[in-house]
Design a binder for this molecule. Structure first.
Ligand code: LMR
Length: 265
């Protein structure tokens, strides 16, 4: 948690818009990336029922490494938004590769965890009869099981649940991706909701880059976000316990990503 903290209001910066263009294949990757200011990487294979996100490591690590190496070479200044799982390891992979290329800036590499926030907002709203668009639950940590830590004590508007209901709700948020994978029965994982969450995150990044003040999104990042690290604020003893429990898995996933890059030729 020391290395990876969450929550970043973005700073203002005016950037010119570019025309849209299509590219295909690894040979066109350099041209595709040159001049990019924001890169979103949803690439990789999805889970099948019974798999953890970490089970995707062997396949997706190489895919993400190839793409982010190309980003480090061709658009080192871009905001890199990684959706590809396991996010808890693909962010360290990206960070290590940017370091290898001597262009690392922790303020520009983001693990997109917005779907956890969207889910937390939706489930809280359902239980309390609220409009999900007006509920905001910060979710910190990573993007896998127990490393997903919803801070329901910081929800706006303020909500309260008896401990047993709080634990059930927390568990549902943590396992919501797995719920979708099971329901799709081998046909992949969340698609539309992930597209919605990814779009929300990227629109926030663009808003902030275009000068909008006070844009705040939770994300899996190393150290500070772009402008200021909001820290994790005042949390409940239950949330403190969840953070402590998440640390071992989170550290192992981070190390796995870092070791992967060390082992690359
Ligand atoms: C999700 O949370 O839906 C995604 O990370 C996909 C998955 O495998 O759960």
């Amino acid at each position: 948690m020391q290395n990876f903290v969450f929550g970043s209001p973005f700073t203002s910066q005016k950037l010119p818009l570019k025309n849209a263009a299509g590219f295909i294949g690894s040979e066109q990757l350099p041209d595709c990336l040159k001049g990019c200011e924001v890169v979103v990487i949803p690439a990789g294979v999805p889970r099948k029922p019974g798999m953890t996100r970490d089970d995707l490591f062997n396949t997706n690590a190489t895919i993400v490494a190839n793409l982010t190496s190309a980003c480090a070479k061709h658009c080192p200044e871009a905001m890199i938004c990684i959706i590809a799982n396991p996010v808890n390891s693909t962010i360290p992979i990206t960070s290590e590769l940017f370091k290898k290329h001597g262009v690392y800036n922790p303020n520009r590499i983001f693990g997109v965890t917005t779907l956890d926030i969207v889910r937390a907002n939706t489930f809280v709203a359902e239980l309390k009869g609220l409009d999900p668009a007006r509920v905001n639950v910060p979710v910190i940590g990573g993007h896998a099981g127990k490393t997903i830590i919803p801070l329901i004590s910081q929800c706006t508007p303020k909500v309260e649940f008896p401990q047993d209901q709080l634990e059930t709700l927390t568990g549902r948020i943590q396992e919501a991706g797995t719920e979708v994978v099971k329901a799709k029965a081998g046909a992949g994982s969340a698609t539309l909701s992930m597209a919605y969450a990814g779009a929300r995150f990227v629109f926030s990044v663009l808003d902030a880059m275009n000068g909008k003040e006070g844009v705040i999104e939770c994300s899996f990042v190393r150290k500070n976000g772009i402008e200021k690290n909001l820290g994790i604020g005042k949390i409940s003893p239950y949330e403190e316990k969840m953070i402590a429990e998440a640390m071992t898995e989170l550290k192992a996933s981070i190390k796995k990503g870092e070791e992967f890059v060390k082992s690359m030729k």
